[in-house]
Write a protein that binds this ligand. Structure first.
Ligand code: 6R9
Length: 661
C-alpha cells in the first residue's frame, strides 16, 4: 500500500531524471530537445504562422481560411481558421481511403468477453458511418442539432460520433456509468433531439441495464423525438412505440445506403459538447469547434504519442470522457492510425487483463490513468510476468498527478526500464494535451508533466496575478489562445467568462494549482476549486452536495475530498439531518444509494459522517479547509477559526470522527 504522506513529500523532493530513449529518435516527429526548443520558440515568435503551418499539414480543408486567428481572451472571443470549411468525418475516413488505407485496420474493438473482437478497416468504418449518418438524417437530424449518446464502449459509439460529425450534428456523449438523472439534465441542457443508447452494459461479467435509465430520463425530456437502441447484451427491455427503434433494424433498412456526402462545416461550427463538473452545482457543457479541435487533436497525437502508420494505439479511457474523444477517436483516426477500443475493465477476469491485451494486439502505445496503475500495482509484478510486452514503445498517463512510486512501477514493470512515459496534463476544456514530455526529446522527472507543448504559453501566477518564481506554487494559466481550446459553455456565455477568464484577465485560468521548477518543468498539484478528482474523474462537491440534500431526510451537506491511495481522492461527506431524524447506519447506506441514483456510482461517497452542525463563517460560508482536515484526521492545526459563527462545532465533529474509529 502506498503511504499518502510519502506520496506528497516525494513529489516535492523528487530529483531523478530519466533521459529519453536513443532508439526511435531518428524517425520520431520530434527527436531531440533542441528540436523541441526550436519549435517552441518559433511557435511563440509567430503563433499564427506556426498554427497555420500545422493546420495545413495535418488537416484536409475544403476551403482555406481568411484569417488564422481572431482573438481577445479578455472578452473572451476566440476564432480559429475563420472562413475555412472542412469535415471531421472526411478527415478521419474518406481521405484515408483515397490514400490507400481502405483495408488498413482503423479500429480494433475488444469486447468484454475475450473472444469478442471486431476489426474495422477504414473502408468498413466508412460504410458504417455513412449508414448511420443516413439513419440520423432519416430521423430528421440536421446540421447543428444535438444528438445525445449514452452508450457503453462498443463500436456503435465511435460510429455514431463520426456519423454526427459527417452531417454536422453536435454530439453530446454521456458516460454510460451516469444515472438517469444525470442523463436527463444533460439532455435538457442541450435540448437534444435524438438519443442513442443500448439495452445494457457488460461490465466485469455482469449485465447492467442501461435502457431503463434512458426511459426514466426521457420521461422529462421533451426535446427527444427519437431513441435509437443498440442491442448489446440481449437484455429484455421495453420499446416505446413511435419513439424507440433498434439500431440493427434501422441500419439494415433497404432505404439506408452507404453513401453520404460529408457536410462542409465552418471551422468555428460546433463539433461536440461534453459535460464536465465545475465548482457550482450544474455540470458545464464544454463546447468544442470543428477546425481548431481537429487540428489540435492531430497535432498532439502526432507529437505526444509519435503516432505512425504501423502503430497500434491503445488509450484505455472511456469515450464518455474527453480523453476517449481525442485519443481513441479523433486523434488516431484523423492521422489514419490503428486505435484499440476496449469494452472491459482492468481487473476482469483478472489483474493481467491489460497486459494480456497488449500482447494480443501488439500494442505499441499504451495510455492510461494513475489510478489504474496504482490499482494494478497492488497485485505486484506477477500478472506481468508471462506477458510479452515487447511491442510497446511509449507509455502515457493522464487524469491526475502521477505519484513517483506509481511512475517508477509503470516505468520498470510495464516499460522494462526503457520506455518513455508521457505524463500529459490537460483538461476537457483544452481539447488535447497541453503540458507533456515529447517521448523522444524530453528528459523525464517522475511526477512532473514536464514542459508545455509548442504553441502553449503556460505560466504560474501568484494570488496577485504576478508571475510566480521558481518552485513557488500558484495558479496555472495559459496566456494565449490555442486551436483546441473550448469556445464556450453551452447556452451560458456568462459562466464561460467568469469560470475561465475573470480572475486573470486576458488569460485562460485552468483552475489547477502548480509550480514550475528551475528547469521550467511543471508540477501539477491539483484543483484549486471545489472539484474532487476521483480516479481521474472530475466531480464537483456542489453536485454531490445537492444530490445529498435532495434526500428528504437531509437538511444540509458538505463534501470534501480526502487523499486515497488508489483513487487519488475519495469523497467524504458531512451530513446534517432534519430535526427528529435518527442517525442510523441504515440511513448512511440509503444516502449512498441515493447519490448513486442521482449522479452515478463514481459519485457515491466513500465515507459519510453525521454532522449536527457544520463549521460556517458568520456570513454562512462553510469552511471546507476545516472539514478536509477532519476527514483526513489531521486535528493538529486548524489555523484561524475565529471567523466561525460557532467554533464549538469543530470540537463536536472531531469527537464524532474519533469515536468512529
Ligand atoms: C484530460 C482530463 C482535468 C483535470 C485537470 C487536473 C487533472 C489531468 C493531469 C492532471 C496532473 C496530469 N489532470 N491530467 N493533473 N497531471 N497529467 O483528465 O480532463 O477530466 O477535464 O480533468 O484533471 O486537475 O484540471 P478532465
Amino acid at each position: 500500500m502506498i503511504d499518502v504522506d510519502d506520496k506528497i513529500t516525494s513529489l516535492l523532493s523528487e530529483k531523478r531524471v530519466f533521459e529519453p530513449p536513443q532508439a526511435g529518435r531518428e524517425t520520431a516527429a520530434v527527436g531531440d530537445l533542441e528540436s523541441y526548443e526550436r519549435e517552441y520558440r518559433r511557435s511563440m515568435d509567430d503563433p499564427e504562422g506556426y498554427w497555420a503551418e500545422r493546420a495545413r499539414e495535418l488537416v484536409s480543408w475544403f476551403t482555406p481560411w481568411d484569417r488564422v486567428l481572431d482573438a481577445d481572451l479578455s472578452k473572451p472571443e476566440v476564432r480559429w481558421f475563420d472562413g475555412a470549411t472542412l469535415n471531421v468525418s472526411y478527415n478521419c475516413l474518406d481521405r484515408h481511403l483515397a490514400s490507400g488505407k481502405r483495408d488498413k485496420t482503423a479500429i480494433i474493438w475488444q469486447g468484454e468477453p475475450d473472444e469478442e473482437v471486431r476489426r474495422f478497416s477504414y473502408g468498413q468504418l466508412h460504410e458504417e458511418v455513412c449508414r448511420c449518418a443516413n439513419v440520423l438524417k432519416k430521423m430528421g437530424v440536421k446540421k447543428g442539432d444535438r444528438v445525445a449518446v449514452y452508450l457503453p464502449m462498443i463500436p456503435e459509439l465511435a460510429i455514431t460520433l463520426l456519423a454526427c460529425a459527417r452531417i454536422g450534428a453536435i454530439h453530446s456523449v454521456v458516460f454510460a456509468g451516469f444515472s438517469a438523472v444525470s442523463l436527463q439534465n444533460r439532455i435538457q441542457d442541450c435540448e437534444a433531439r435524438i438519443l442513442v443508447t443500448a439495452d445494457a452494459v457488460l461490465r466485469a461479467g455482469k449485465i447492467i441495464p442501461l435502457k431503463p435509465n434512458a426511459d426514466e430520463a426521457l420521461e422529462q425530456c421533451e426535446s427527444i423525438e427519437h431513441c435509437l437502441v443498440v442491442r448489446r447484451a440481449g437484455y429484455e427491455i421495453g420499446m416505446q412505440l413511435g419513439r424507440d427503434s433498434w439500431w440493427h433494424e434501422e441500419m439494415e433498412d433497404d432505404a439506408i445506403t452507404a453513401v453520404c456526402e460529408p457536410e462542409p462545416m465552418a471551422a468555428e461550427d460546433i463539433l461536440f459538447i461534453l459535460y464536465t463538473s465545475g465548482s457550482t452545482g450544474k455540470p458545464k457543457g464544454v463546447v468544442h469547434t470543428t477546425g481548431g479541435y481537429l487540428t489540435y487533436a492531430l497535432h498532439t497525437t502526432q507529437w505526444v504519442f509519435d503516432l505512425k502508420d504501423d502503430d497500434v494505439h491503445w488509450c484505455t479511457a472511456d469515450i464518455g470522457w474527453i480523453t476517449g474523444h481525442t485519443y481513441i477517436l479523433y486523434g488516431p483516426l484523423g492521422l489514419g492510425g490503428t486505435t484499440v477500443m476496449f469494452e472491459g475493465v482492468p481487473s476482469y477476469p483478472g489483474p493481467d487483463r491489460f497486459w494480456q491485451l497488449v500482447e494480443k494486439f501488439k500494442a505499441t502505445i499504451f495510455y492510461t490513468a494513475p489510478t489504474v496503475i496504482r490499482a494494478l500495482m497492488r497485485h505486484g509484478d506477477e500478472p506481468l510476468k508471462n506477458r510479452d510486452l515487447s511491442s510497446l514503445r511509449i507509455l502515457g498517463s493522464v487524469g491526475e498527478p502521477i505519484n513517483p512510486e506509481a511512475w517508477m512501477w509503470y516505468h520498470l514493470n510495464v516499460g522494462g526500464g526503457r520506455l518513455p512515459i508521457v505524463d500529459t496534463w490537460w483538461q476537457t476544456e483544452t481539447g488535447g494535451v497541453m503540458i507533456s514530455p515529447l517521448p523522444y526529446a524530453t528528459p523525464l522527472k517522475p511526477g512532473s508533466a514536464t514542459r508545455p507543448l509548442p504553441g502553449i504559453d503556460a505560466a504560474i501566477l501568484n494570488e496577485e496575478g504576478q508571475l510566480a518564481g521558481a518552485n513557488e506554487g500558484g495558479h496555472l494559466v495559459i496566456r494565449r489562445p490555442w486551436p483546441g481550446m473550448l469556445r464556450g459553455v453551452f447556452g451560458d456565455p456568462e459562466r464561460y467568462r467568469t469560470t475561465y477568464f475573470e480572475e486573470f484577465p486576458g488569460f485562460y485560468d485552468a483552475g489547477d494549482g502548480a509550480r514550475c521548477d528551475e528547469d521550467g518543468y511543471f508540477w501539477i498539484m491539483g484543483r484549486l476549486d471545489d472539484v474532487i478528482n476521483v480516479s481521474g474523474h472530475r466531480l464537483g462537491t456542489a453536485e454531490i452536495e445537492s444530490a445529498l440534500v435532495s434526500h428528504p431526510r437531509v437538511s444540509e451537506a458538505a463534501v470534501v475530498g480526502m487523499p486515497h491511495p488508489i483513487k487519488g481522492q475519495a469523497i467524504y461527506a458531512f451530513v446534517t439531518l432534519n430535526d427528529g431524524v435518527d442517525e442510523t447506519p441504515e440511513l448512511l447506506t440509503e444516502l449512498r444509494v441515493h447519490v448513486r441514483t442521482e449522479i452515478g456510482p463514481i459519485a457515491s461517497p466513500d465515507s459519510i459522517q453525521y454532522a449536527p452542525g457544520l463549521p460556517k463563517t458568520r456570513s454562512g460560508k462553510i469552511m471546507r479547509r476545516i472539514l478536509r482536515k477532519i476527514a483526513a484526521e489531521d486535528f493538529a492545526d486548524f489555523g484561524d477559526i475565529s471567523t466561525l459563527a460557532d467554533p464549538g462545532v469543530v470540537d463536536d465533529l472531531i469527537a464524532a470522527k474519533q469515536s468512529l474509529n
